[in-house]
Write a protein that binds this ligand. Sequence first.
Ligand SMILES: Nc1ncnc2c1ncn2[C@@H]1O[C@H](COP(=O)(O)OP(=O)(O)OP(=O)(O)O)[C@@H](O)[C@H]1O
Length: 732
Amino acid sequence: MDSKAAEIAAEQQHFDLAHKHRERARAELGESPDAAANAGAGRSLFGFRRNRRDSMAAADHAVALGRADLDDERLYIGHEPIFDDQRQLLVISWKSEFAKRYYEASVEDPHGLTRKRTFTTEANRILDFQDLIFEQLAADVEALEGPDAALLGELDRARTGEMHDIVATIQAAQYRLIRFPLEHVLVIEGGPGTGKTAVALHRVSWLLYNEQDRLRPRDVLVVGPHPAFTRYIRRVLPSLGDTDVEQIDIDQLGPPVQRGRQEDPATHRLKGESRMAGFLARALEARIGAPEAAERMLFDGRFLTLTGAEVAAEVTAARRAPGAYAHRRQRLRARLAELVRDRGGPLEAERLAPVENLLERLWPLQSPAAFLRGLFGSRSRMVAAAGSAFSEQEISLLYRRGADRLSAQIWSADDVPLLDEVDELINGATGRYRHIVVDEAQDLSPMQLRSLGRRSANGSFTLVGDLAQSTGAWARDSWDEVTEHLPPQQQRAIANLKYGYRVPRQVYELAAMLLPTAAPGVEPTKVVREGPADPGTHVVEPGERAGRVAQIARDHLEAQRFVGIICPAVLRPELEFALHANDLPWGRADQGELDRTLNLVSPQEAKGLEFDAVIVVEPEEIVAEDVRGHRLLFVALTRTIRYLDIVASGDTLPLEPATSLAAPSIPRQRRVIEPDPDPTIELSLLDRVAEDLAAMVAGGAPQPLWDEVLHRAAALLDERAGRDRPKGRHSR
Ligand SMILES: Nc1ncnc2c1ncn2[C@@H]1O[C@H](COP(=O)(O)OP(=O)(O)OP(=O)(O)O)[C@@H](O)[C@H]1O
């Protein structure tokens, strides 16, 4: 046995011992709480044990990830502390104060460590280890801020569609942010794949462990940009032992309503602006009415009159009182009931129906959805609330006829923060989270940021993002434009991660050519890895495009790779046809799915995700899809950890600054094209597309206009077919 093998064998003994004691502890936690003094204590003991058990690493998980050697002591670092039956510590937690030394040790400052050992394991079996022996390395000029061998090995792991924890290989610069004090708005910025999301999630786990007096799992909220992302990250915190942290996507921040409406770009932008908050507040106050000159009420056959002046005085007092609409309404109810009693009216609440009627006339009960539907359906109410803050044209953008029944109303993603704002105006804010993590924060509208702000008890946030990936209606060039909409209590800090762990050098060099146009002020990332191949570029005829994408996807799938096809919205139907025709099932990120093999995603949905192999379709169309289209393309190109293919009938890397957003124009005259159905397309797929289209039309336009919308859609399709598709292959 060579000396390394002997050392591995010795280490394995320690791993086996720790494993035995961890499993013993797990078994003890599983025992019934008979010893509890009473039923209540029994229940809480049971709850405590269950939580402890749930937060333990799985039985097949390695007990330790590393070892730190001090002059006279050796400490093993793992997901959780492990004791033997004499209460001797066999493994310490990665979140403990001591682990700080392990993660921060560098040649410049070894923090008292003589050696830092990182294990490579399969379940609890040690395959290998890497050592940093600080004395030897001291001669080396390179500070160990950059990647080490253990990290490079870990980064080559194939991806599965779920993010993993990085405890074994956290880098010193990342660790400093994980431990950053809670009382801040901390912005973690950095290029694609620098570990921002991973760091933010480990920060949650670290804070929950080290700040447990002030922070419980239910005090923390993690917000992602879309459901597929939330699905992608959902296992990280549980794998770190934190099972009860709420993780949602930004569109869930609001009352539950039926979604599906799409807004046009101008309305989308307008609904996100912070002046909407004042508009909604004024419109709600305008629902409060004025009394008649005399208010006569009938109680048990006897009339009782309150003067208009005394009722008006109570309404004014309630208007001026602090608090939300519903709470002030309560106050008015109490005051009106008192006036009635003072005039000899009944005392019992159940006999005060006339007071309830008067109250409802003066200060009607509201729900966020009913109020907003009523407001957007009434030009006069909107004009009154707008004052000089909105133009007539803007009012027209907001106007829409409400559905006949509230339950049939379809709402857009842009309506959600407005409903949330109204909910706060009516019911007050709860502000119950003591720390909120927001991923892809660079894109959020002011109204979305207000939604986040009202959920915070203390203004403590971790914002994660990258200005070079900021796209959409709220594409930002500075973090101040984001943080100014959050509560002001806490200090702001911006920290930058420099090393790119995801994207291989060959791919990043290509993507970085976009940066001077996409985000001139942003520093390129320092890439730490070589990829297995140069990016493949495939220039094809439009008619061959989808077929080529399917073929490349199949090749990657046959090599067991986790594949993402990133395509612009206009080409999605074409690609769905081709994948279906080639019998390649795919996950629909637009519906929150993330398949373990093949996924079809829009560039917007691709944010935050990563794949073994990425196929980017028609970069020119991606650039045309957004005002900051070069940034969108930059996002798309930087999703791969290994292979990149670009399939295009146009330019494979458009570098020219876009002059304006290419808005499709509707041709006046429809050209008539004879249908010639493609026999390879199954009717069920057509039904699915038709169902999607019908839902979109029903949600986006009032019923009398449905035919008109379809007519226009057909005209747009004609135009597209004339440009992109070979003649005679239309299947409408
Ligand atoms: N210290 C590390 N050890 C192992 N893997 C790491 C480390 N840091 C980052 N990674 C890996 O690098 C990849 C990119 O990380 P992450 O998604 O957190 O980056 P990001 O900066 O949020 O990217 P984007 O801006 O594209 O959303 C992930 O697979 C992550 O697990």
